[in-house]
Design a protein around this ligand. Structure first.
Ligand SMILES: Cc1cc2nc3c(=O)[nH]c(=O)nc-3n(C[C@H](O)[C@H](O)[C@H](O)COP(=O)(O)OP(=O)(O)OC[C@H]3O[C@@H](n4cnc5c(N)ncnc54)[C@H](O)[C@@H]3O)c2cc1C
Length: 174
């Protein structure tokens, strides 16, 4: 199925020309971490806010185009790369990497989906706290991907999987 020709211009209007990637080397988005599967995306789209994510999802849903969310692309099961059809959008959350707030009184931290796990750990450590999720990919993986996979890591027996560390989510649905 060919997506409506208007989709790519619509996506560019939402996130800006520079953040709808269709050309050049897209290996980092289209090749899975274990280098077993190489996909082909219609475009890689990189929103900067929840509002932009919502608009991108709405535009893709209207066009009947499926979306593959992607964080650090360190997953081991080819869940974060597109198939080979060239019809799927990779929705990369890496620009949404802010730490929004740390509440020491309530022992909570609020971060965007694309926040790299190591950044989150370091912000907590500087404030005198431990964020216990730790895995060898922590310099690249994102909290959105950690939640998507319910990652465990080296301290899972003591502190639980990522879902045990999460109090709430802001979610965009189709
Ligand atoms: C060296 C190494 C060590 C690892 N060690 C461990 C380990 O100890 N324990 C463990 O559990 N895993 C481990 N992993 C696997 C991987 O790092 C984790 O699964 C990690 O949680 C994936 O995060 P990511 O940001 O790279 O997600 P991605 O690989 O980008 O995505 C993973 C899945 O989550 C979805 N997703 C990503 N972001 C979002 C979002 N914002 N919203 C909705 N869905 C989203 C994707 O579509 C995909 O299905 C390891 C990987 C490597 C390379």
């Amino acid at each position: 199925m060919n997506p409506p020709a208007a989709l790519l211009p619509a996506l560019r209007a939402i996130v800006g020309d520079a953040h709808v990637l269709t050309e050049g080397d897209l290996t980092g988005y289209e090749l899975d971490w274990r280098k077993r599967e190489r996909g082909k995306s219609l475009a890689v789209v990189r929103p900067a806010s929840t509002a932009q994510v919502a608009q991108v999802v709405q535009a893709c849903a209207a066009a009947g185009v499926s979306i593959v969310p992607q964080g650090g692309n360190t997953g081991m099961v080819v869940g974060s790369t597109p198939d080979a059809s060239g019809t799927q959008i990779v929705l990369s959350l890496t620009r949404m990497n802010a730490v929004r707030a740390l509440d020491g009184g309530n022992l909570t931290i609020t971060v965007e989906a694309g926040c790299v796990l190591q950044n989150l750990q370091e912000v907590c450590e500087k404030a005198g706290f431990l964020f216990p999720l730790s895995l060898a990919s922590e310099g690249s993986c994102t909290i959105g991907g950690n939640l998507g996979t319910n990652a465990g890591g080296t301290q899972v027996v003591r502190y639980g999987n990522t879902r045990e560390l999460c109090l709430g989510l802001e979610v965009v649905t189709a």
